[in-house]
Design a protein around this ligand. Structure first.
Ligand SMILES: CC(C)=CCC/C(C)=C/CC/C(C)=C/CC/C(C)=C/COP(=O)(O)OP(=O)(O)O
Ligand SMILES: O=P(O)(O)OC[C@@H](O)CO
Ligand SMILES: [Mg+2]
Length: 239
């Protein structure tokens, strides 16, 4: 089964590890794997070199029994030590660099240097707070109260042909993506739907899981309280 097929099945939990924040990334990865996480995303919005990325991914791969996937905040975060890459285009960025500019450079790097990576074209849609990713990518976040606008982006992403859509409230966001917005986007987008940003409690994770996304991501929780990952994974699976 390739990565895309794996992502398409059921509701999964992925743990985001940001090499810039987590010096002790292997400790977090061990907790996450023990908790039953279904995959590890590696990336961050700022401050990560290619060699750091390569080492972190290789170290995590050496202990992981689940896919390790790049979630690149910049072109320096590519390595073929991973199983695949979320090839992001920030659909609501106001700067063409984040919609198609970085992708042109990234495409050549992947084709030339990392041909083994499975590329998952991903519409990155930023909502509400937006966090560092929203700020750095010059995005105009969709208000939390406008699921209809999020659904319009999702419909466009589906027609354009993106394989995945990442609905992002921003790392550490005070409010996660509201369940009614997840529902509207789920209805409008037929392929892999990933939701993340500000998800810290079992109740919130469960309420999002009930809307039927394919992947729910937690990063800050894994950094701050990795011992809570087991419960959140269970909440998602038992929805
Ligand atoms: C190589 C390709 C295709 C794209 C790279 C360039 C693009 C378009 C990036 C998208 C914009 C961006 C900055 C995304 C960041 C995604 C990410 C890794 C978010 C995780 O956020 P954290 O870094 O954990 O946030 P904090 O810094 O707040 O912890
Ligand atoms: O750190 P948190 O808030 O869990 O967010 C995860 C991810 O969606 C950030 O890009
Ligand atoms: Mg982070």
């Amino acid at each position: 089964m390739n990565l895309y097929e794996y992502l398409s099945q059921g509701v999964k939990h992925f743990t985001l590890i940001d090499p810039d924040k987590s010096v002790d990334y292997l400790r977090i990865a061990r907790y996450a794997l023990e908790a039953g996480t279904d995959g590890i995303l590696v990336g961050g919005s700022l401050g990560i070199t290619a060699s750091q990325m390569d080492k972190v991914v290789k170290d995590i791969k050496s202990i992981a029994n689940v896919p390790v996937v790049l979630f690149p905040g910049s072109l320096s975060q590519l390595t073929d030590a991973a199983d695949g890459v979320l090839f992001l285009s920030v659909l609501n960025s106001l700067d063409p660099y984040f919609i198609i500019g970085a992708q042109v450079h990234g495409a050549v790097l992947i084709a030339k240097h990392y041909p083994r990576l499975e590329v998952i074209s991903t519409a990155y849609v930023i909502v509400g707070d937006g966090g560092a990713a929203g700020f750095v990518s010059m995005s105009k976040p969709i208000p939390y109260t406008r699921p209809d606008i999020a659904a319009a982006y999702a419909l466009a992403a589906g027609y354009i042909g993106f394989k995945a859509l990442y609905l992002e409230a921003g790392s550490g966001a005070p409010q996660p993506v509201p369940p009614d917005m997840v529902r509207a986007v789920r209805k409008a987008f037929p392929r892999v739907l990933i939701v993340g940003g500000g998800i810290r409690s079992n109740e919130v994770a469960r309420s999002i899981a009930r809307e039927g996304p394919n992947v729910i991501v937690t990063g800050t929780l894994a950094e701050e309280s990795p011992e809570k990952l087991g419960e959140i994974v269970r909440a998602i699976k038992q929805r």
